[in-house]
Every structure is written in C-alpha cells, then in structure tokens.
Design a protein around this ligand. Sequence first.
Ligand SMILES: Nc1nc2c(ncn2[C@@H]2O[C@H](COP(=O)(O)OP(=O)(O)OP(=O)(O)O)[C@@H](O)[C@H]2O)c(=O)[nH]1
Ligand SMILES: [Mg+2]
Length: 286
Amino acid sequence: MSVFLQSRGLLLRLLGTSLTGILTFIACKRLNDQNALHAQYLEIQNALSSIPNISQNPPTIFLLGFHDHGKSSLVNTMCRVLYGEEGPLILRAETAPHCLLSTTSRHKRVSVRNPFGGNPENIISLVDTPPLPAADKLLKSDVKTLLKVVPENQNPGGGMCPVPECVVLVLGSKDVMLGKLLMKKLPEIVSVLREEGLQFVVVLTHKRALKNRKEAEFLQNEVARRARSDCVYVVENYTASANTNNRRPVSVKNDFDTHNKILAIIRQCLEFVATYRSTTLTSKGA
Ligand SMILES: Nc1nc2c(ncn2[C@@H]2O[C@H](COP(=O)(O)OP(=O)(O)OP(=O)(O)O)[C@@H](O)[C@H]2O)c(=O)[nH]1
Ligand SMILES: [Mg+2]
C-alpha cells in the first residue's frame, strides 16, 4: 500500500513538474514572439524616418496580381498588423467570396494613419489595383497600364504624383503551384516592374493551402528563382470569409507567423520606397 502511495506521489510530482515546464515554455515563447514583433515595429518606424519628404507624401505601395489571389485581403491584413488590432477583422478593402467576379474594379487607395502616434498624417498608402488579365491573355502592356493609372482624387495638393514607388506582387500559392503558365509569365511581369524602375516584393498567399513546410519552401525558392528576387514571402492572410454569413462579426485570431512576415514585408517595401525616392530626387536635382 505504501509503495503504491509513494509511486502515486512520485507520479503526481512528475506531472506537476512537466506541466510547469510546458507552461514556462509557452510563456517564454509568447514573450520571445512579442519581443520579435516589437523589434519589427521599431524597424518600421526607423524605415519610415529614412524616407525623404514623408510628411508631404506618404509612401505609395501598389498591390498587383490576378483575380482572387488575395490582393484586397492583403491590404486588410497589412492594416490589421500595422494598427496592432485584435478581435474582428476590419475590412478596409472589399474582398469577394472565392471565384466570384472581381471586386476590385478600379484602383482603390487605403491610407494608413500613423499607427505609432505622434504625427497623425497618413503615413502609408496601399493601392489595391484591379486584377491582371488571366495568365494566358496577359501582355506586358497590361502590367504597364495598371502601374500608370493614377487613382482619382488622390493628388489634391498637387504634390508628388501618386504613382507606385514599390510593388507587392500578390499570387495565390496553390495557383502558382498548379499553374505552369503563371510561373512562366512571372519573369515577364517582373521585367515590366524593373523597366519602370520599381523594386518589388512577391507575396504568396493562402499558405495553408500548401501541404507542408517543405512544399512552401520549394514554392518560395522556385518563385525567387523565376523572379530573380530574394523578397518572396509565403503568408496566410487574415480573412473574414468565415464571418460572411454571420450578422455578428466573429473574432479573427492573430497569428505570429502572419504578423511577423507582414511586418517584414512592410519594412522591405518602405526601404524600397526610400531608395526609389532618393533616386528620383537625385535625378530631378541633377
Ligand atoms: N484561406 C485564405 N483565403 C484567402 C487568403 N487570401 C485571400 N483569401 C480569400 O480569397 C478570396 C479572394 O480574395 P481577395 O482578397 O478578394 O482577392 P483579390 O486578389 O483582391 O481579388 P480581385 O479583387 O477580384 O482581383 C476571398 O474569399 C478571401 O477571403 C489567404 O491567404 N488564405
Ligand atoms: Mg480585390
């Protein structure tokens, strides 16, 4: 009997220690995640401060891509992350249920006000563009046209023209994986961006549609090779699709991987904008 009690006591102590270990691990991981995100927010603040003329003209980032690949959802995700929001997803850009006709029929600008307090001016402009034609019909001139169109009523002060200063090319992971033609067209699309003097980031959305991490890495490497760029990210957007039949908005859970990558994407874009502006200002001054 006493042996039984002793071993039960030992077992309980062991369980207690394991539980404490697990809870400590979770707490440490959460703290590490928070620190990593905090560091990223600081880097974004630094990147913003290095952009010339930022108080007169917010950096303009164009989101370009095919229909239904997640451009508008990425705008919503970027805003949620920048503002550090929790709870229901606020839809700044309209998204459509899968495979319906395009919802983005014209260039739509979403202005992000300063999420770090201080100067309340708009500090980043995200431009959600109409979709590119399907890969089998796509011409280089289509990409050029989307970059050239200036959104209506977007330049009231007559300041720096609201043309793109950096591009985020948004592609659905599974579509790229399955669409050989789409992969073939990628070098053509990015060549137009380069010809226009624009640096770009490729964002592969719908990360969860991929089988596993190995598949995600394979896709990322393949896209990086085709686009000749290191700036390729595989992300899962925050979406409200689960809420659409619901009158009450349902809370969307934040995810470290999404937050972390979105912050990295924004920082990268801001660095590209800083380079673009410095080059433009230098060539204007010359
Ligand atoms: N699971 C998942 N769904 C996504 C993701 N990104 C977008 N979606 C869903 O895909 C659908 C299309 O997304 P949109 O953001 O409207 O796509 P879009 O590129 O703006 O489409 P157009 O405006 O028609 O060009 C919506 O139902 C989104 O909820 C993602 O990363 N994961
Ligand atoms: Mg859209």
